[in-house]
Design a protein around this ligand. Structure first.
Ligand SMILES: [Mg+2]
Length: 276
């Protein structure tokens, strides 16, 4: 009997990792993911972090297990590197993604300039730039972010491909066709896992694209997820956990998986793990 879950797409900050002062990781969640990996499931971290910041996080929080794939910046798809590099682009998705973004940002230059003026004059937000130009911003508060997103929604009216990803007080401009859900769909296509076998978990605005049921038939969120995320998960007939962060992910995984069915599948190298 195989696990019903073949692919796990899990957000990092606020979902796997708690920063509320207690332990950052839920060890039972880590053990369960390891058991699922041993039973043949693929674990992807789907995050707004860059590759480097994610690697920093994996070390900082002393993750006992490694993801099989990473989906970064809410858009890019990486697989383990073959030439000594930790990660390498999987297929040509990242290249197409970069090209589409370059074209988008050059064609929406005037809207973005208008936005920079608005942000400088009417907000205390800190604009964030990368080597290609404006990347996004950090707002002073959630209320300020509401005003900022309202401005963007109006300013982008004539530019349907100009979108943004929001995570707490952070916002990143993006092409409307690229988000966590699209990156997950591309990974699933490349490794040939159907939507029905995909589990996803996240806690904030930027996770909704992978939790609305389009790309993952088993969406979930921990109890600390914002109400918009809980609504999306509920509408997609997913699972809203009663526990926060990693404990909530663990609870959601157990909701979709019968752990007894996994125990017979363990490879010898996992024999020392506690039974769930
Ligand atoms: Mg998060």
């Amino acid at each position: 009997m195989h696990s019903p879950i073949q692919l796990l797409s899990i957000d990092f900050d606020g979902t796997l990792v708690s920063r509320n002062g207690g332990p950052a990781l839920d060890m039972q969640c880590m053990e369960l993911i390891r058991e699922l990996q041993n039973a043949g499931a693929i674990w992807a971290i789907n995050t707004g972090r860059s590759v480097d910041l994610l690697e920093t996080g994996l070390v900082e929080f002393a993750f006992p297990i490694r993801p099989d794939f990473i989906l970064t910046m809410e858009r890019d798809v990486f697989r383990p590197g073959r030439n000594g590099e930790k990660w390498e682009p999987f297929g040509d998705w990242n290249e197409r993604c970069a090209r589409d973004h370059a074209e988008l940002f050059s064609s929406t230059n005037s809207v973005l300039a208008e936005f920079v003026d608005f942000a400088a004059q009417k907000t205390n937000a800190r604009l964030i730039y990368n080597t290609d130009g404006l990347e996004g911003l950090a707002a002073e508060s959630e209320e300020e972010m509401e005003r900022i997103t309202e401005f963007i929604r109006q300013a982008r009216a004539g530019h349907p491909k100009l979108d943004y990803q929001r995570n707490g007080v952070y916002l990143r401009f993006c092409h409307a066709d690229y988000h966590k859900g699209a990156a997950l769909a591309e990974l699933a296509r490349l490794i040939e896992v159907p939507r029905e076998k995909i589990f996803a978990a996240g806690d904030h605005h930027n996770d909704i694209s992978m939790l609305d049921g389009r790309f993952a038939a088993m969406p979930s969120c921990p109890a600390n997820a914002i109400s918009e995320v809980q609504d999306a998960v509920r509408n997609a007939s997913g699972y809203i956990a009663r526990n926060d962060h990693g404990a909530g992910v663990c609870e959601a995984l157990l909701h979709f998986v019968n752990p007894k069915k996994l125990s017979g599948l363990k490879r010898p190298d996992s024999a020392g793990l506690p039974r769930l």
